[in-house]
Write a protein that binds this ligand. Structure first.
Ligand SMILES: Cc1cc2nc3c(=O)[nH]c(=O)nc-3n(C[C@H](O)[C@H](O)[C@H](O)COP(=O)(O)OP(=O)(O)OC[C@H]3O[C@@H](n4cnc5c(N)ncnc54)[C@H](O)[C@@H]3O)c2cc1C
Length: 387
């Protein structure tokens, strides 16, 4: 496995870094405090070509973009995440006319997309969503509520998962559809600038052609494609957030003195810094491995992405927690971004499948692999006995 970046990837990384340092990082705290992302920021992201949703970037380069954006703003990373989740779902499962109509608009940011799976009563058990879709003449009529929808306050297009005759199915719903409305959700722990919304659909009417894939594909194919991609973005974003924590700590501990010595000279501080560096590096290798598999189109990508997301989101919680600890009272103050890092880190363990859901998926896959190996061994032994 190649883990060295190519010269083009290094060049892209530098461009992303410069963009993030000038256009995103200086405003991230203000956006967090005001609980909004201004349209100009979204436009800048679109104009730079970063909303193309991983359609024209290799997997590592797209990962590097997520990492750099995650370094400055987890909220803005979530725009990239949900928007590109919808792009990927349309690319893979959309009809040719859906692809031709939506992908160019999504690529340029003319259309902003959101992903509508979670509901007030349904979170982790996502295939049991309660929103319904009923075919009536040439339209689907949707009824139900979605909750915690990132960038739901501003998105133009929503990928909505609803039950159609008891089968989870996916639909493209435009904001201006009759019977569709959104309501802001404020005061969240983290991702405060992610323009989170509730979505209401009351006899919401959409053209029959807006079904994505087939009836019954909504969770097994479409939401899962989107969620795999979402985990990939989140894993890489956690690297960025972890790196932001580490960079802040390296600087702070080199400037603040206690007991006549810089904090960096105290061994208990060094222990935390040493663990941060090690754990960020381990998460980076998992993300690179996932990128390598994604590039190869290897089916084990799904499991390896879950592992990367799980590890990276756990890692960043420990790292952000230690970052606040190292900053002491300053770490709790809005004068420093580290309290935002800690608040955002927690969200990483909940979105795109919580840590517990990842643990379950990973453990199941472990047992599955174990059973396969055992069967292979038994078959070999039987063949030997016959020979
Ligand atoms: C900031 C933010 C942004 C979000 N953006 C979006 C979005 O854009 N689109 C969208 O659709 N959703 C979004 N979500 C929702 C998110 O995907 C859900 O919160 C997540 O799937 C968990 O669902 P839940 O919150 O209902 O928790 P629940 O499913 O109720 O789970 C509660 C707790 O129980 C645990 N648990 C559940 N089942 C089991 C089990 N079988 N075994 C062990 N433990 C279990 C969970 O891990 C969790 O710790 C967002 C959430 C947040 C906080």
């Amino acid at each position: 496995m190649e883990i060295e970046l190519t010269s083009q990837q290094i060049q892209a990384q530098e461009i992303f870094r410069t963009f993030v340092n000038t256009e995103i990082a200086p405003y991230a705290d203000q956006c967090d405090q005001e609980e909004k992302t201004p349209p100009e920021t979204i436009k800048k992201l679109a104009d730079a070509g970063y909303l193309e949703g991983g359609q024209n970037m290799d997997a590592i380069t797209f990962g590097l973009l997520c990492e750099e954006i995650g370094r400055a703003s987890a909220s803005l990373l979530s725009l990239l995440t949900v928007h590109s989740m919808v792009c990927q779902a349309i690319m893979k499962w959309g009809s040719s006319s859906q692809r031709a109509h939506w992908l160019p608009k999504l690529s340029t940011g003319e259309t902003i997309a959101a992903f509508g799976l979670t509901e007030p009563n349904i979170g982790s058990d996502a295939k049991s969503v309660e929103t319904t879709a009923v075919l009536s003449n040439n339209s689907y009529i949707l009824n139900g509520e979605k909750k915690w929808i990132s960038f739901g306050q501003v998105a133009d297009l929503f990928l909505i998962i609803a039950q159609c005759d008891g089968n989870p199915s996916a639909f493209l719903v435009e904001r201006n559809s009759p019977g569709f409305s959104t309501e802001p959700i404020k005061g969240l722990l983290g991702f405060r600038a992610a323009m989170i919304a509730k979505v209401h659909m009351n006899d919401c009417q959409i053209p029959k052609e807006n079904l994505v894939g087939r009836v019954g594909f909504g969770f097994s194919h479409i939401a899962n494609t989107a969620l795999d991609h979402g985990r990939y973005c989140v894993g890489w974003g956690c690297l960025g957030l972890g790196q932001a924590c580490l960079d802040t700590c390296l600087s702070y501990t080199s400037q603040r003195k206690q007991f006549g010595a810089y904090l960096k000279g105290h061994q208990l501080i060094q222990q935390m810094i040493g663990d941060m560096i090690t754990n960020i590096k381990a998460a980076r290798l998992l993300c690179y491995h996932a990128a390598y598999l994604k590039e190869k189109g290897d089916p084990s990508l799904i499991m390896e992405t879950s592992i990367a997301k799980y590890f990276a989101s756990r890692m960043v919680n420990q790292v952000a927690n230690d970052t606040v600890q190292i900053h002491g009272a300053n770490g709790c103050s809005s004068d420093y971004p580290v309290q935002r890092y800690l608040r955002d880190a927690k969200i990483m363990e909940i979105i795109e499948g919580s840590s517990q859901m990842q643990q379950i998926i990973i453990a199941k896959s472990g047992y599955h692999g174990f059973a396969l190996e055992r069967r292979k061994l038994q078959q070999k032994e039987k063949a030997k006995e016959k020979a």
